[in-house]
Design a protein around this ligand. Structure first.
Ligand SMILES: C[S@@+](CC[C@H](N)C(=O)[O-])C[C@H]1O[C@@H](n2cnc3c(N)ncnc32)[C@H](O)[C@@H]1O
Length: 266
C-alpha cells in the first residue's frame, strides 16, 4: 500500500483542483436515481462527501468504505462539517473491499481514482467484483475507473540497460495555505506480472522554501481494456458503458483512462 494514505493532508493537497471526477460521479448518481450508493476505497471522502450532499438533494444514502484508518478519519472530519441533511445521508465504514458485505442492497457501487489498481492478485480482483455483485440490487451498476496502460512510460523499462525517466507529474498549490506540492514520478513496468513499480518523490514548499520531502514506493496492477471487460462478464455483469474520459466519450486510442459500467441483470 502506498505511504501517502498515511498522510491524508498530503493526499488532499495532491488532488487540489481535481473536480472532473467529482462532477462525473455526482452527475452519474443523480441521473440513475439510486436509493443507496457505495463508494469502495473512499479515502478522505473527496468524492464521497459531495455525493452525500447530492444524496440530501436527490434522496439517496451514501456509504464510503476504506481500509485505511487515517484516510477515513479525514473523511469523518469533512463529514462533520456537512449540513445535517447531508450528514444524515452518509456512513463511513472501515473495511476491506474484497470482503465487505453491506446490510442492504446498493443501486450504485463505484471505485473511482484507479483504487482498483491496488489489487495485485487476480483472486483479490475477482473477490471485489463478486462482492460488488452480491452488494448490488438487481439492475444495479458497478463502476470501475482505472488508467489506460501507458506504453510510452513503460518503454524505458525495455531499454538495455533499463532506464528510469523521472517526470514531474503533479505540481499543485493550496493557495489559502500557500503550500505547494511537487511530485516526481518514475515507473518500471514488469511485463511478467503486468504490474507497474511506481516511485513518487514528493517535495512540499511554503513560499518557495522546501519544508519537507518524502518518497513513496508501491506497485500497481496494469489493467488492459479487454481484461476489464472479462472481469465484469466473468462475475455475471452485463457491460452497459465504457468511457475513455469523464465527458463520457467512448474509449479511443488516445484515451488515458477507462471507466467501465457494469449492470447486474434483473
Ligand atoms: C487513490 S485513493 C482513492 C480515494 C478516493 N476514492 C478518491 O477518489 O480520492 C485509494 C484508496 O484505496 C484504499 N484501499 C486500497 N485497498 C483497499 C481495500 N482492499 N479495501 C478498501 N480500501 C482500499 C486506500 O486506503 C485509499 O484510500
Amino acid at each position: 500500500m502506498t505511504d501517502i494514505y498515511r498522510r491524508p493532508d498530503e493526499y488532499d493537497l495532491e488532488h487540489v483542483g481535481d473536480e472532473e471526477d467529482v462532477v462525473f460521479y455526482v452527475g452519474l448518481a443523480r441521473s440513475l436515481h439510486p436509493k443507496a450508493v457505495l463508494e469502495l476505497a473512499c479515502g478522505t471522502g473527496r468524492i464521497t462527501v459531495p455525493l452525500a450532499e447530492e444524496g440530501a438533494r436527490s434522496g439517496f444514502n451514501v456509504v464510503g468504505l476504506d481500509s485505511e484508518a487515517n484516510m477515513l478519519e479525514q473523511a469523518r472530519d469533512k463529514a462533520g462539517q456537512l449540513p445535517a441533511a447531508a450528514r444524515k445521508r452518509l456512513r463511513l465504514v472501515h473495511g476491506d473491499m474484497r470482503k465487505w458485505h453491506g446490510r442492504g442492497p446498493f443501486d450504485l457501487i463505484i471505485v473511482p481514482c484507479a483504487s482498483i489498481t491496488h489489487l495485485l492478485a487476480l483472486q483479490d480482483q475477482l473477490d471485489v467484483w463478486r462482492r460488488a455483485f452480491q452488494n448490488l440490487a438487481p439492475g444495479g451498476r458497478f463502476v470501475v475507473e482505472t488508467v489506460m496502460p501507458n506504453f510510452s512510460a513503460y518503454a524505458d523499462s525495455f531499454a538495455n540497460p533499463p532506464r528510469t525517466l523521472v517526470e514531474i507529474d503533479r505540481d499543485v498549490t493550496d493557495e489559502p495555505r500557500k503550500i505547494r506540492l511537487v511530485r516526481r514520478r518514475t515507473v518500471t513496468y514488469l511485463p511478467n506480472e503486468q504490474r507497474a513499480q511506481i516511485r513518487f518523490l514528493y517535495e512540499k514548499y511554503r513560499r518557495k522554501s522546501l519544508i519537507e520531502c518524502f518518497i513513496d514506493d508501491f506497485e500497481s496492477h496494469v489493467y488492459f481494456p479487454r481484461e476489464l471487460r472479462l472481469l465484469f462478464l466473468h462475475t455475471g455483469f452485463e457491460i452497459e458503458d465504457f468511457f475513455g474520459d469523464y465527458s463520457r466519450r467512448p474509449l479511443r486510442p488516445s484515451s488515458q483512462m477507462m471507466i467501465m459500467i457494469g449492470r447486474k441483470p434483473g
